[in-house]
Design a protein around this ligand. Structure first.
Ligand code: 5GP
Length: 177
């Protein structure tokens, strides 16, 4: 029950399920980049909580930065990606880990891949907590996916509906009013 809202939210992924999965992803990344210092790039706003939790599971040295993109208004994708804030770090020659909250159409990821590849990183991998396989049109794989989910609109754990519900520790299917 979320106080102060009339919207219907149906539980999809619990806080425990999410945290367990993140520990697994953190172990995978710590093994993969042993003896390296990767730079994590979080995609704002949605990935800020995932990024914070994921970094705290890392057992190797790592750095971080954020990029801010926009393609959604309300619960609909506009189909056009706008760059609202670029990264500040120099990623040339670095191992880059892009951290996304959710991959829906895949447009954002494709935009990021092209843009970041232009800076000539040593390697680049993509991590997304959520993935909607029925919708995404990608011509390259997402290296690490937390959960595959149905093609519904979801909120919580960083994901919003009109900037609300980001603070919820679990993930819900957003059912409208
Ligand atoms: P894509 O470019 O893959 O279509 O969409 C990526 C962005 O759209 C995500 O980073 C996220 O901001 C937003 N998005 C896509 N699906 C959902 C969803 O189910 N819920 C919320 N809150 N945002 C979504």
């Amino acid at each position: 029950m979320i106080e102060g809202t009339d919207y219907r939210l149906t539980p999809l992924l619990s806080e425990d399920e999410i945290q367990e999965k993140i520990k697994k992803i953190g172990r995978n990344l710590s093994d993969r980049f042993k003896n390296e210092v990767p730079i994590f790039i979080g995609v704002l706003n949605g990935s800020f909580i995932f990024m914070a939790d994921l970094l705290r599971t890392m057992t190797i040295n790592c750095e971080m930065d954020f990029i801010k993109l926009n393609s959604y208004a309300g619960d609909k994708s506009s189909g056009t990606i706008r760059l609202l804030k670029d990264i500040s770090a120099d990623i040339t020659g670095r191992h880059v880990v892009v951290v996304e909250d959710i991959v829906d159409s895949g447009l954002t990821l494709r935009f990021l891949k092209e843009r970041l590849a232009g800076a000539m990183p040593r390697s680049i991998i993509f991590v997304s907590l959520l993935f909607k396989p029925d919708i995404a049109k990608l011509d390259f794989p997402i290296d690490i996916v937390g959960f595959e989910i149905p093609p519904d609109f979801v909120v919580g754990y960083g994901l919003d509906y009109d900037q609300k519900f980001r603070h919820l520790p679990a993930i819900y299917r957003f059912e409208g009013l």
